[in-house]
Design a protein around this ligand. Structure first.
Ligand SMILES: Nc1ncnc2c1ncn2[C@@H]1O[C@H](COP(=O)(O)OP(=O)(O)O)[C@@H](O)[C@H]1O
Ligand SMILES: [Mg+2]
Length: 266
């Protein structure tokens, strides 16, 4: 059995008609029958154009949205069977890194407060020097100087803020990290630094990760395996290099053609 198994997952939304006098509703099949697996220690790249359902898929895996049907099993535990009362604690096993670290970090919390809070989610009794030491360790892990722990998010650059967000994601010792377009808002030079950091963390910490991007070039740099999503469905799946060398699906070929040449320089 794989570490993460997603089986025939559907997440549909019901949308009211744009016409206020109509009672008609429309079903949006954001995730429309997705099955995939992730092995422990693997980085799965999930790629597809905006609106194809990538974020909805990750939100469903996190149990932030309940699926319409299908199942999600992590490390042998079927999450779709869990009672609501247990979901909160289970959610610690999944941590997300988002596109915009400025929006996802609390502007009123120092780096120390942010990381301490995230550590305490897993270890509520952690305090004192053990807590400080763990905060410093996490900062070092993501390449930040621990002496900056009393600073606030606005005192950092965009790349540094994303490092803080990554440290926060690691703090509760997740089983799976989902990075949803984590470098899309960053300058190109900073993008490669963050991608290198994720690559290093994966090697050092044996991270299991779903890395989401609309940019196949970025995904290629990091992913062992790539899944291509289109209109809520998986249209192609394969080992990263094989998929690049010999794409089968027309949509994958289109995505490949759209990669800016800078992707080669990562
Ligand atoms: N909460 C929601 N309610 C209704 N429709 C939604 C909701 N979330 C996403 N959608 C729709 O689902 C589709 C997939 O969106 P999303 O998962 O955000 O795609 P992506 O992350 O690939 O850009 C889009 O058509 C979007 O408008
Ligand atoms: Mg998205």
């Amino acid at each position: 059995m794989s570490y993460l198994e997603i089986d025939s997952l559907h997440t549909h939304f019901t949308k009211r008609s744009a016409n206020p006098f109509s009672s008609k509703t429309e079903t949006i099949r954001a995730v429309d029958g997705v099955s995939l697996t992730v092995q422990k220690g693997e980085i799965l790249g999930l790629v597809g154009e905006s609106g194809c359902g990538k974020s909805t898929l990750s939100r469903t895996v996190m149990q932030l949205v309940r699926p319409t049907s299908g199942s999600i099993t992590l490390d042998g535990c079927n999450l779709t069977d869990l009672p609501v009362s247990q979901i909160r604690r289970r959610r610690l096993d999944f941590q997300m890194i988002f596109q915009d670290p400025y929006a996802s970090l609390n502007p009123r919390m120092t780096v120390f407060a942010t990381l301490a809070e995230a550590i305490k989610q897993r270890h509520p009794k952690s305090r004192g020097s053990a807590l400080s030491q763990r905060v410093a360790e996490l900062m070092e892990t993501v390449g930040l100087d621990p002496r900056l722990q009393r600073k606030y998010p606005h005192e950092f650059s965009g790349g540094q803020r994303q490092r803080i967000a990554i440290a926060r994601a690691l703090a509760p010792e997740p089983k799976l990290v989902i990075a949803d377009e984590p470098v899309s808002a960053l300058d190109v030079s900073i993008q490669s630094q963050i991608l290198n950091l994720l690559k290093k963390l994966r090697a050092d910490l044996d991270l299991t990760m779903i890395f989401i991007s609309h940019d196949l070039g970025v995904v290629r740099y990091l992913a062992d395996r790539i899944v291509v999503m289109y209109e809520g469905k998986i249209v192609e799946e394969g080992e990263a290099e094989a998929l690049f060398r010999n794409p089968q699906n027309d949509y994958t070929k289109k995505l490949l053609a759209a990669i800016p040449s800078l992707a080669e320089s990562h």
